[in-house]
Design a protein around this ligand. Structure first.
Ligand SMILES: Cc1cc2nc3c(=O)[nH]c(=O)nc-3n(C[C@H](O)[C@H](O)[C@H](O)COP(=O)(O)OP(=O)(O)OC[C@H]3O[C@@H](n4cnc5c(N)ncnc54)[C@H](O)[C@@H]3O)c2cc1C
Ligand SMILES: Cc1cc2nc3c(=O)[nH]c(=O)nc-3n(C[C@H](O)[C@H](O)[C@H](O)COP(=O)(O)O)c2cc1C
Length: 783
């Protein structure tokens, strides 16, 4: 077998090693355009988990690599004169040059041919090869040559960065967030060998310009950085090596395999440096390829298996890297945060590290985070304990005169179970049990302002006395038997109206018994949906009046809060999104025009709704579709509603058009809440695939939302909040007297379970390499 590998970086060399071990008879050649020790950059970083993999796949290179490594456990965040350290991260750093020399040496030992100064421009010379590995890096010539086939998507990010080195010793993965007269600069730094550390500097394009970095040569820009970070460098040099400022290209390729050619490493996909995974991904690609070659009967099958088996892992890492890079791009959003909350945001930015996870690893740090949160709550006039505070989820919140005892919310969810809009026994039990379950706030399902405003024949409404009586009974029960507040969500289905019950076909048009539907423009949802009537002024007046009448009924029912539904493609949302609003009058065109009618309705409601009671608006912060609403639009929408008196923006996304491409994942809508909250400076509620109290606390403590709503989790667990309160020891959570013995039991058990869980986690946790190394080098006298 003949294998040609183009590119002698970590991906190409490690693939050569593993494939040669597997097939000693194979003729494997690595073609590298540079000289053997001619490499850019300074250090690379691996997690302990990655090193475990290297140990399994090639112990000799693993041993050599780990002998050369610098180990550290801590992450240190420097911000506004403070340092916050979190341990137990298990990282290792190594010089990129040393890593490549070790891999080259090992490849040679095994009999791989290494050809340096061999710049390959045509793979035709490998016509007799069984396999051609394209490991030619981020600017892969071969990926671009077959661009139609591989279909790379290159997303060039806005921030500028430069990779430098220093002699400054570091004992932690160090983030420094530095205010300057030009704007914020960030340093990501870590030591990779004695007396050598990698320094990646990052800043936004405007700060870059203002700081006069444009057009400077390497030495000049290093001097400028040394000036900015001099206080930390303590006289140590900044070193350069092709340290030009660049923008990071996030690359994803649709295909990784063409005939007998396969993309590996940066050539196929990149991951932002802020999660330090480029070299890890490159070498783990080599492992995945070798595994597939070992298992599969033919080369074709092996390459397909490599791509299929590896893609999910790569995409997951890329997603985490994406989330992380976006955090760094928008660091100015958090610049006025309390430093400990800021540090918590840095630690939890990519979702892998959470509140509970940090509580195990850095209890003092989390205790400081809790205290800072509690102090903010106290500053709002609540008499909360700031010395031994409860977790953020159980801190109170005030909106106008409404006080919530905790921050967990039952998201609005249609039950499709009403008859002629009347909430019945099902609703009574449904809302009542969730209120007893401990949530601070319960939203009603979208309650329709008229018969024609319904989504389905099963939707609840509030346009007649019978419906008012039904809701009144529910609100009274909630108030009499729980500490929960209850918010009425009012909406109009628009073009998604006259559709089937969820379980009969969501958003599908009714075959019989439908009614005429309205929208901003006459565009049907599905091609075979009803074509909605474009609203004229008279229709707008009628709809507005229906909203106001429903709100007046809501007030009579005793609701504590009112939400206007402007999301998910329903009537008011259809005005806001350019995908569903193609009007040419004063209600179409610019965002300000598209917002005109929804704002008019909001203002009419605000005038009708008692001034001491809060109002929120639910928005779709992105349409997840080309040409639709984006996060930036959502900030403008939130600002407009805030000016009109909204107290909370309920940040959801999508459901505007049926061909949207949402990117799902844990807490997938939270970045939009973060953006709206910290750019528009308005209180937000986030929602969407948030399933644990740990996530709720992570979001709140990082300042990404003020309230957290859970929809589906509450469908199966009305007592979500009570159980979470037991876990976190939040004794003050409300429980009706009838259920107190249950509360006492779960609190008692939870305390024990939590202790057992922590002990188990601590026992089960393998020692990090840094810990092992520290133990091995501990002087005997210290034993
Ligand atoms: C600023 C910066 C900081 C980074 N920091 C880290 C970090 O801390 N940790 C980490 O793990 N990763 C880091 N990375 C990423 C890391 O360098 C890459 O992800 C990793 O090197 C990818 O390995 P690779 O083998 O796919 O590509 P490369 O290392 O780029 O290797 C590709 C090789 O192919 C050769 N080549 C290209 N074209 C040809 C051709 N036509 N013929 C012959 N040879 C060719 C190149 O000379 C090169 O040696 C960083 C990257 C950058 C840019
Ligand atoms: C069955 C069901 C009905 C829903 N009905 C509504 C609704 O009436 N109004 C609304 O704004 N959102 C509605 N949603 C969206 C939820 O409020 C929530 O935003 C969504 O389910 C994502 O949160 P989750 O992942 O916690 O479930 C509904 C969701 C579900 C699952």
């Amino acid at each position: 077998m003949k294998i040609a590998i183009i590119g002698g970086g970590p991906a190409g060399l490690y693939a050569a090693i593993l494939l040669k071990k597997q097939r000693p008879e194979a003729e494997i050649t690595v073609y590298e355009r540079n000289r053997a020790d001619d490499t850019f950059g300074f250090g690379v970083v691996f997690s302990d988990a990655t090193l475990d993999n290297f140990e399994i796949y090639d112990p000799p290179s693993y041993r050599r690599i780990t002998q050369e490594f610098a180990y550290w456990d801590d992450i240190a965040v420097h911000f506004r004169g403070t340092v916050h350290r979190v341990g137990d991260n298990g990282f290792c750093g190594c010089s990129r040059r040393r890593l490549l020399l070790i891999l080259q040496e090992r490849a040679r030992e095994l009999g791989v041919a290494l050809l340096f100064e061999a710049d390959i421009d045509d793979e035709a010379r490998f016509a007799d090869a069984d396999l051609v590995v394209l490991a030619d890096g981020i600017n892969s010539r071969f990926r671009d040559k077959y661009i139609e086939h591989f279909q790379p998507e290159v997303d060039v990010r806005s921030n500028m960065f430069a990779w430098m080195g220093s002699t400054r010793p570091l004992d932690a993965f160090t983030f420094i967030f530095q205010e300057t007269e030009w704007g914020p600069f960030i340093a990501h730094a870590y030591q990779y060998e004695v007396g050598r550390s990698t320094w990646i500097f990052e800043t936004d394009p405007a700060t870059f310009k203002r700081a006069g970095l444009e057009g400077l040569n390497e030495k000049q820009s290093a001097d400028r950085m040394a000036g900015i970070f001099g206080w930390f460098l303590e006289g140590h040099q900044l070193l350069t090596n092709r340290s030009m400022w660049r923008n990071f290209p996030m690359i994803r390729s649709k295909r990784w395999v063409k005939d007998n050619m396969v993309l590996l490493g940066d050539a196929k996909a990149t991951a932002h440096f802020s999660i330090g995974s480029g070299t890890k991904l490159a070498m783990e690609d080599a492992i995945a390829l070798a595994d597939a070659m070992h298992r599969a009967p033919t080369m074709d099958v092996a390459l397909q298996q490599y791509e299929q088996g590896r893609r999910e892992e790569v995409e997951k890492t890329q997603h985490a890297a994406d989330v992380s890079l976006v955090w760094f791009e928008h660091v100015d959003r958090f610049w006025d945060f309390d430093p400990v909350q800021f540090a918590f945001g840095v630690m939890t930015r990519a979702k892998a590290i959470t509140y509970d996870n940090l509580t195990l690893r850095a209890p003092d740090f989390v205790s400081e985070v809790d205290k800072a949160f509690a102090k903010q709550v106290r500053a709002k006039g609540f008499d909360v304990d700031v010395e031994k505070p409860v977790a953020p989820m159980f801190q109170p919140l005030r909106l106008r005169e409404m006080e919530l005892s905790n921050r967990a919310v039952v998201s609005p969810m249609c039950m499709y179970s009403a008859k002629e809009g009347v909430p019945g026994d099902f609703h009574f039990v449904h809302y009542g049990s969730r209120a007893i379950g401990g949530a601070g706030l319960i939203f009603t399902e979208m309650t329709c302002v008229s018969r024609e405003a319904r989504i389905t024949p099963g939707c609840t409404g509030l346009w007649n006395d019978e419906q008012e009586a039904g809701w009144h009974r529910i609100v009274d029960f909630v108030h009499a038997n729980s500490a929960a507040k209850i918010c009425l969500q009012l909406g109009h289905a628009g073009r998604k109206g006259a559709t089937k019950l969820m379980w009969d076909g969501m958003d599908r048009p009714l075959e019989e018994g439908g009614w005429d539907v309205l929208s901003a423009s006459p565009i049907p949802y599905f091609p075979d949906s009803q074509v909605p009537r474009e609203m004229d002024r008279a229709a707008m007046d009628a709809v507005k009046a229906a909203f106001v009448q429903a709100a007046e009924r809501g007030e009579r029912c005793g609701f504590d809060m009112l939400e206007l539904h402007c999301a998910h493609g329903y009537l008011l949302a259809s005005f806001i999104s350019p995908l569903t609003n193609q009007r040419t009058d004063a209600y179409g065109g610019s965002l300000a025009n598209r917002l005109r009618f929804p704002l008019e309705v909001f203002e009419a409601l605000r005038a009708a709704w008692p001034a001491h009671k809060p109002m929120s608006v639910r928005i779709s912060a992105t349409d997840w579709a080309e040409g639709g609403i984006t996060g930036d639009d959502a900030v403008a929408v939130a600002r407009a509603f805030a000016e009109a008196g909204v107290d909370l923006v309920d940040v959801s996304t999508g459901q505007t058009v049926r061909d949207a491409q949402p990117v799902y994942g844990r807490m997938f809508q939270t970045p939009f809440s973060d953006q709206v909250r910290n750019e528009a400076r308005v209180a937000t509620m986030c929602v969407g695939n948030i399933t644990t109290a740990d996530q709720v606390n992570t979001i709140l403590a990082a300042g990404r939302a003020d309230l957290v709503a859970l929809g589906r989790p509450h469908l199966v667990d009305p007592s979500f909040t009570l159980k979470a309160a037991a876990w976190y020891g939040a004794e003050a959570v409300f429980c009706p007297p009838q259920y107190l013995p249950g509360k006492e039991q779960i609190f008692r058990n939870s305390e024990r379970d939590r202790q057992d869980f922590e002990d188990l986690r601590i026992k089960a946790k393998p020692k990090t390499r840094a810990e092992l190394k520290a133990e091995a080098t501990k002087p005997l006298a210290a034993e």
